[in-house]
Ligand binder design. Structure first.
Ligand code: G3H
Ligand code: ZN
Length: 287
C-alpha cells in the first residue's frame, strides 16, 4: 500500500471515538518496528518524524524514500501516513515536496496572527498535493534548561480561527508536556480540552503522549482527541531492552555484537510498547 494522507484515518477515529497512534521514528529499525506493529495489529498508523530526526536520517527525501520502499518490501497493507512533526514553516513546505503525506506546521511560538497566516500558506501548498495539515495553538510544556514548564493552555477562540483555514487536525496545549511528566504534574486540563474540541470540531492531537495515566488518555479520546503522539516511551523501552542485552553480556557471546542482533531486543521492545498504545487508543483492527 502507498503512504496515505492522514485526514481520513483521523476523521474516522474522531467519529468513532478512538485515536490513531502517531509514533516518532528515529532510524530504519524504528520505522520497521512501527510498520510491523501496525501491520500485526491491523491498525492505521502515523509515522512522525521531527526535523532533527530527518536531519539525522539524511534529509526529508531519504526518510520518505526509505519508508515507501520498506512498506513495499514488507507488504504493508494497513494505512500509513508519513508526517512531519513540529515542522517549521520552511520545513513543512520542504516535506511537502519530498514525499511526506502529512505535515505539522508548529507556529505556536508566533503571535496568533502570524501563526494563522503561515498555517494558511502551508494548507495552500499541502492540500493540492493531497497532504494533510496539523496546526498548533497554545503550547506543549517540556524541559528547558533543566526546568519543566507546563506549557500554555490553548484559547478556544484561536481554535475557531485556525480550523477555519481548513486544517485537518489540531494540536492544542491542554496541560500536556513533552518527555517525562514531573511528579507534581496537575494532569490534563480536560475542561479546556472539551472547550477546544467543541470550538474546533475536528480531531484534536494530544502531544506528549508518553506517561499520561491511561484513564486520562481515555477521557481525552472521549472528548475529541483523535491522534496521540508518542516518542519518549518507545525510546525508553528501546534503551532498557538494549541495556539488558549488554548487561547480560550477550554482545560478547558468538556474533551477539552484530548490529542486527544488538538492535533486536530494542526493536521488539518498541513493538511491545506500540501494541500497548494501540490497545489503549482503541485503534486495533481499525485498518
Ligand atoms: O510530537 C511528539 C510528541 O509529542 C511526543 O511526546 O516524547 O512525550 O511522547 P513524548
Ligand atoms: Zn509533540
Amino acid at each position: 500500500m502507498k503512504l496515505v494522507n492522514a485526514k481520513d484515518m483521523i476523521a474516522k477515529a474522531y467519529a468513532g471515538k478512538y485515536a490513531i497512534a502517531h509514533i516518532n521514528t528515529n532510524n530504519l529499525e524504528w520505522t520497521k518496528a512501527i510498520l510491523e506493529a501496525a501491520q500485526e495489529n491491523k491498525a492505521p498508523i502515523i509515522i512522525g518524524v521531527s526535523e532533527g530526526a530527518c536531519k539525522y536520517m539524511g534529509g526529508y527525501k531519504t526518510v520518505a524514500d526509505m519508508t515507501i520502499d520498506l512498506m513495499a518490501h514488507m507488504n504493508i497493507t494497513v494505512p500509513v501516513a508519513l508526517h512531519l512533526d513540529h515542522g517549521t514553516y520552511e520545513g513543512a513546505l520542504a516535506a511537502c515536496d519530498a514525499g511526506f503525506t502529512s505535515v505539522m506546521f508548529d507556529g505556536h511560538h508566533l503571535d496568533i496572527a502570524e501563526n494563522l497566516t503561515k498555517t494558511e500558506k502551508v494548507v495552500a501548498k499541502a492540500h493540492p498535493k493531497n497532504i494533510s495539515v496539523e496546526a498548533e495553538i497554545g503550547s506543549i510544556g517540556g524541559e528547558e534548561d533543566g526546568v519543566v514548564g507546563n506549557g500554555e493552555l490553548a484559547d478556544p477562540k484561536d481554535a475557531i480561527s485556525i480550523t477555519k483555514l481548513g486544517i485537518d487536525f489540531l494540536a492544542a496545549g491542554i496541560g500536556n508536556i513533552h518527555g517525562a511528566y514531573p511528579a507534581n504534574w496537575k494532569g490534563l486540563n480536560l475542561e479546556r480540552l472539551g472547550e477546544i474540541s467543541k470550538a474546533a470540531n475536528i480531531g484534536i492531537v494530544l502531544h506528549g503522549g508518553s506517561g499520561i495515566p491511561d484513564g486520562q488518555v481515555k477521557e481525552a479520546i472521549e472528548l475529541g482527541v483523535a491522534k496521540v503522539n508518542v516518542n519518549t516511551e518507545c525510546q525508553l523501552s528501546f534503551a532498557a531492552a538494549t541495556r539488558k542485552y549488554i548487561e547480560a553480556n550477550k554482545d560478547q557471546q558468538g556474533k551477539g555484537f552484530d548490529p542486527r542482533k544488538l538492535f533486536k531486543p530494542g526493536s521488539d521492545a518498541i513493538k511491545a510498547t506500540i501494541k500497548e498504545k494501540l490497545e489503549l487508543f482503541g485503534s486495533i483492527n481499525k485498518a
